[in-house]
Design a protein around this ligand. Structure first.
Ligand SMILES: Nc1ncnc2c1ncn2[C@@H]1O[C@H](COP(=O)(O)OP(=O)(O)OP(=O)(O)O)[C@@H](O)[C@H]1O
Ligand SMILES: [Mg+2]
Length: 405
């Protein structure tokens, strides 16, 4: 019996599964660094799982081999795909640690890049960073450090996603012929030619997706703004020094599991004049918000955990109003901010706020458009700014009444 990845179980003979020529050349080469910018469904995960398996099978007995994905769920998908493709008596698997130990003792680890600090410390003999354009650069630095003692090879693969990410920069380096780096672009038409994607499916996507999105996802051509709803140029044009004028309104994004509480105040011209970003226990957060906001109109993200906090803030104060995030309400909120940015009626300093605006993105999904920071990044400044902008734009009569303190 032959398993999916080409093992003859009885004799443990291995034959590489068929990869289409361009797919095979993109990963099986002698360069230490390999970069692949590819269409969705071009077979990059598949070919790189095969590569990592070969590195481990014919590599160092007992060595570590890493698959790194932006988030845990993606790492788990790759783990399952690898496991399902191996003959049962060739490995043991640990479902909790997402770890596959081969009979030669080599260990395949499937890791999330969410907390790059957790990626330091090991010696790794070969690594793949899947969906690299959706990861933080810090994750690459961490993985790179683990390959130092071993002089291990690394492969970075992904869809293109704008030009503002480390993967884009590394690909340009590789493309320009940097020593020991190989660059490959795989378009949807390459995958069609290779027999892994249907032409009809590609043509359908072309008809239904916005052109910019189709070019990124299927032709591996980066958009200038990479799906940024505000536009990088427009974001830059709204940069102003922190205003010294008093605030006329505030927006508050409350910290959820791992992010920050951000409070942003706008002056009468819509320029940021007050900016606070902190992580504190809930009671201290409430005290801090009340101190900073005073009696000015303030729109607070009241989603989930935010609801009881809003109630505390509203106790004896009429100037706090809640805004509940759903995909529709977030879209409305962000469209308001996009409008303010495009017509220059808002201003902010060149700090964390600008950084988050630059990184923010929208994505087309089957159910509509979603607005958020890329996986692993924050969008609390963007949300606080958008909330402040929304309450500023409301007619005075529609604002929460302001009672005296
Ligand atoms: N050479 C091949 N032979 C047979 N099937 C293949 C081959 N390459 C890829 N596939 C199959 O095509 C599908 C898409 O492959 P894969 O998931 O590797 O693409 P991808 O480029 O990583 O896509 P995504 O954009 O979703 O990350 C999978 O079902 C995979 O098993
Ligand atoms: Mg993939």
């Amino acid at each position: 019996m032959r398993s999916k990845f080409g093992f003859n179980v009885k004799q443990i003979k291995y034959q590489r599964p068929a990869l289409y020529p361009k797919q095979e050349l993109s990963v099986f080469h002698d360069k230490r660094y390999g970069m692949v910018e590819a269409s969705t469904k071009a077979g990059k995960t598949h070919s790189h799982l095969v590569w990592l398996l070969e590195q481990a099978t014919f590599g160092v007995k007992g060595g570590n081999y890493w698959w790194v994905a932006p988030v845990y769920t993606q790492a788990k998908i790759a783990f399952t795909r690898m496991k399902d493709a191996l003959p049962r008596d060739f490995y043991t698997a640990n479902e909790t640690d997402l770890k596959i130990t081969l009979v030669n003792g080599a260990i395949l680890w499937f890791k999330s890049a969410e907390k790059p600090d957790n990626l330091y410390g090991d010696d790794v003999y070969a690594a793949v960073l899947d969906e690299a354009s959706r990861m933080r650069e810090a994750a690459y630095y961490a993985v790179r450090s683990t390959l130092t003692a071993t002089r291990g090879k690394v492969r970075l693969i992904g869809n293109v996603k704008g030009r503002k990410n480390f993967f884009y920069s590394l690909c340009r380096k590789a493309e320009s012929g940097e020593p020991d780096m190989q660059y490959t672009k795989l378009t949807a038409y390459d995958a069609v030619e290779g027999g892994v994607l249907d032409l009809e499916e590609v043509e359908d996507a072309k008809r239904h997706l916005p052109e910019v999105e189709f070019k990124q996802l299927y032709l591996a051509e980066p958009a200038d703004d990479g799906g940024n709803p505000f536009g990088l140029k427009a974001i830059e044009l709204c940069i102003r020094p922190l205003s010294t004028k008093p605030a006329v309104c505030f927006g508050v994004d409350l910290a959820k599991s791992y992010d920050w509480c951000v409070i942003i105040g706008l002056d009468e011209n819509g320029v940021v004049c007050s900016f606070d970003r902190f992580q504190k226990p809930w009671n201290a957060t409430v005290t801090e918000i009340r101190r900073i906001v005073g009696n000015k109109p303030c729109l607070v993200d009241s989603t989930g955990l935010g609801d009881p906090i809003l109630e505390q803030l509203q106790d004896q104060r009429g100037n706090f109003e809640g805004y509940h995030f759903s995909s529709a309400s977030k879209q409305k909120l962000m469209e308001g901010l996009a409008l303010a940015i495009s017509n220059g009626s808002i201003g902010y300093p060149n700090n964390e706020i600008r950084k988050e605006l630059d990184e923010f993105e929208y994505q087309y999904t089957r159910t509509g458009v979603t607005y958020s920071a890329p996986e692993g990044l924050h969008d609390d400044c963007v949300c606080a700014l958008a909330l402040a902008n929304m309450i500023r734009s409301k007619p005075i009569s529609a604002r929460p009444s302001v009672r005296s303190l």
